[in-house]
Design a protein around this ligand. Sequence first.
Ligand SMILES: Cc1ncc(COP(=O)(O)O)c(C=O)c1O
Length: 410
Amino acid sequence: MNFLNEIAQRFPDAVSFAPGRPFEGFWDTSLVHDYLRRFERYLKEEKGYDDAEVRRVLFQYGRTKGIVHELIVRHLEVDEGISADPESVVVTVGCQEAMFLVLRALRADDRDVVLAVSPGYVGLAGAARLLDMPVLDVVGGPRGVDLDSLTSVVREARARGLRPRACYLVTDFSNPSGVSLDLETRHALLDLAEREDLLLLEDNPYGYFSADGVRLPTLKALDARRRVVYLGSFAKTGLPGARIGYLVADQSVADADGRVGLLADQLSKIKSMLTVNTSPIAQAVIAGKLLAHGCDLYGANEREIVVYRGHLRRLLAGLSRHFPPGGGSGVSWNVPRGGFFLVVNVPFPADDKLLEISARDHGVLWTPMCHFSSDPAAARQIRLSFSLVTEEQIDLGLERFAALVARRIG
Ligand SMILES: Cc1ncc(COP(=O)(O)O)c(C=O)c1O
């Protein structure tokens, strides 16, 4: 990913379909102050804190599992129909820390491995690499996870003496593929996890950005058997600069001395050695945003949802215009129901070398899919991100991309 950042810096005038960053058009720095004040009011009015206690909460080292867990639980109830015990929540430094904590807890020795749907998010692979924890690929496919592939990866790993501890996936509008699991697949996946005694690590940063208004329940909302560790991020629904994520880990587990407790508490112990606690000031900003919107992040993101829907439509329309079906370009793409990303298949290798040519000669950036998957098919795929670009940039970027394609196939 350093290469991608470096290329973006070298070609600042290029239209970039590369970063999975949220839209910036509604940002206003005064909101940070408003949110802090809103949280302060909550501490006084709802929690009954005096001025000294409020100062201590904001300025002092804090509770390792976080100080906004009760509001996160309210938000999960309002937005997702998830009833979570506040004690099962750990507020983390971004979802990235949540992934690291879970993997660290699951990694007891060399036999422990994690499974991940491929193509998959690089953050998970990065965290696993830091822990020397092998990641076994599971085919994603058009339904988001291929259950036969998952079963056979689990069984083959066990036959080799490995312990598959969990399978990581993004259920809605995945990064990088844009694919979502349908309802039937969600239920079947939960059954499979129970049957194979596997945890599911459900990561859900994009679920709020449905373009067609259809909202399916998360795995966690359907999780009657505590098979799901839910990984949350406020990077796309709150603001990424706050670096606030969280996890819900309501499983009962035994520690090294055989004492049974919540997985969240085990993760909290690891967190106490990694980041001590998540910045209370950053938590307060996110909590203020939650409070300002009645803990309803769908409501809070109404304008963004409209923007992303418009961008997706514009991108799909532009792709159809430049590469009409039957037009012989050999270019095709998937049609996600929302989120930030879609995948384009091209009839030539699309790697970092081509990206450099694309940036230098055509002024357009995208992400080679080979960064997300070792599947040979990924070598001829690119990810287009449509969250941060404007509609005009989408048109211009596609014109430039079409010129690159014409040059490659011409
Ligand atoms: C699948 C996925 N998970 C998590 C994150 C973000 O995590 P964080 O909260 O650490 O910014 C991203 C951001 O790009 C993502 O695409």
